[in-house]
Design a protein around this ligand. Structure first.
Ligand code: NAP
Length: 269
C-alpha cells in the first residue's frame, strides 16, 4: 500500500481524534503529505508536535464555517501544490428524542456533518479533478438506517450519502472516484462529544469502547477501499447486518433497532 500513497496529498478533516487521527497517522506512515484540521488548537498542536519531521499541515478550522473551509483548503494547496484525496471525516453526533431536542442541535449536526463536507469538497474540487483523485465521505450505518435519539445525525448522514452519490455520477467522466464509508461502532471520542437535547456535550459513553473496532483498523479498511477505488464500504459485522436487514426486512429492522436503542422505555444514549 505504501507505494500507492507515497507523495500523494491527502486532506482529512477532523484529524485530532478517533478515526481521523488514525487516518492521519496511517497516511503519513505511507509516505503521503497530509493536511488536517479541527476546532481545538491544543489538540492540533499536540498532533503536529508528534510528527516533527513529517509533511503534515495543520490548521484550526471549523468545517461548519465556509470561510474556515476555504482557508483550510487554500492553505493546503499553497503548502502542497494540489490535492489527490479528500476525506470528509469531521463529524459530531447527538443523543436526544425529537420531543426533547432543541432544533438548533439538529441544525448544528447538519452544518458540520453535511455542509462541512460540501464546503471542503467544493473548494478542493478543481484540484481533485486535475489529479483524477478521490473524494471520500465518512458516513455511518445511520446513513442507511435512521436511528432513534440520533435523528439529526441520521439525517446528516443520509444527506451526505445522497449528495456523494449524485456527485459521484457527475464526476464519472472526470476520472474522480467518490466513495462513502460507513463505519460500525468504532472506539473514539464521538459518544463523549455527542450533543444532548440542549446542545451540551454528553460527556460519557454508554459503550465499552475497548470492545469496539479500533480506529486504526477502521483507517486501514478505508485506505484499502480508496486504493481499490471502491464505491462504498460498510464496516463491522453488526453494521453489515443492520444495512442488510433494513434493505430486505425494513419492518423487522424497525423492531430490532427499537429493542437495541431502548431499555425499559428509555433511550440508550
Ligand atoms: N466512532 C464511531 O463509532 C463512528 C461510527 C460511524 C461513523 N463515524 C463517523 O466517523 C467520523 C469520525 O468520528 P470519530 O468517531 O472519529 O469521532 P471523534 O473521535 O469525536 O473525532 C471527531 C474529529 O472531528 C473533529 N471535529 C468535530 N467537529 C468539527 C468541526 N466542526 N470542524 C472541524 N473538525 C471537527 C474533532 O476535533 P474538534 O472537536 O477539536 O473539532 C475530532 O478531531 C464522523 O464523521 C463520524 O460520524 C464514527
Amino acid at each position: 500500500m505504501s507505494d500507492h500513497f507515497s507523495n500523494k496529498v491527502v486532506v482529512i478533516t477532523g484529524g485530532t481524534d478517533g478515526i481521523g487521527k488514525a487516518l492521519v497517522q496511517l497516511f503519513l506512515s505511507k509516505g503521503a503529505k497530509v493536511a488536517t484540521c479541527g476546532r481545538n488548537h491544543d489538540k492540533l498542536y499536540a498532533l503536529q508536535s508528534s510528527f516533527p519531521s513529517f509533511p503534515l499541515h495543520t490548521i484550526v478550522a471549523d468545517v461548519s464555517n465556509e470561510n474556515d473551509c476555504r482557508h483550510f483548503i487554500h492553505s493546503t494547496l499553497k503548502a502542497f501544490g494540489g490535492i489527490d484525496i479528500l476525506i470528509n471525516n469531521a463529524g459530531i453526533s447527538m443523543r436526544a428524542l425529537l420531543k426533547d431536542v432543541e432544533v438548533d442541535v439538529l441544525r448544528k449536526v447538519m452544518d458540520i456533518n453535511f455542509f462541512g463536507a460540501v464546503y471542503c469538497t467544493k473548494f478542493a474540487l478543481q484540484s481533485i479533478i486535475e489529479r483524477k483523485g478521490t473524494i471520500v465521505g465518512i458516513s455511518s450505518i445511520a446513513g442507511y438506517r435512521g436511528l432513534p435519539g440520533r435523528s439529526g445525525y441520521s439525517a446528516s448522514k443520509f444527506a451526505l450519502q445522497g449528495w456523494l452519490e449524485a456527485i459521484r455520477t457527475e464526476l464519472m467522466d472526470d476520472g474522480v472516484n467518490v466513495m462513502w464509508v460507513s463505519p460500525g461502532f468504532t472506539a473514539s471520542n464521538i459518544r463523549n462529544a455527542a450533543l444532548t437535547e440542549d446542545g451540551s456535550a454528553q460527556g460519557e459513553t454508554p459503550l465499552d469502547e475497548n470492545k469496539l473496532m479500533t480506529p486504526e483498523a477502521c483507517a486501514l479498511h478505508i485506505a484499502k477501499a480508496i486504493q481499490n477505488n471502491n464505491r462504498s464500504l460498510v464496516l463491522t459485522f453488526k453494521g453489515k447486518r443492520t444495512v442488510f436487514m433494513n434493505k430486505f426486512f425494513p419492518a423487522l429492522a424497525d423492531k430490532l433497532v427499537k429493542n437495541f436503542f431502548f431499555k425499559n422505555g428509555k433511550l440508550i444514549k
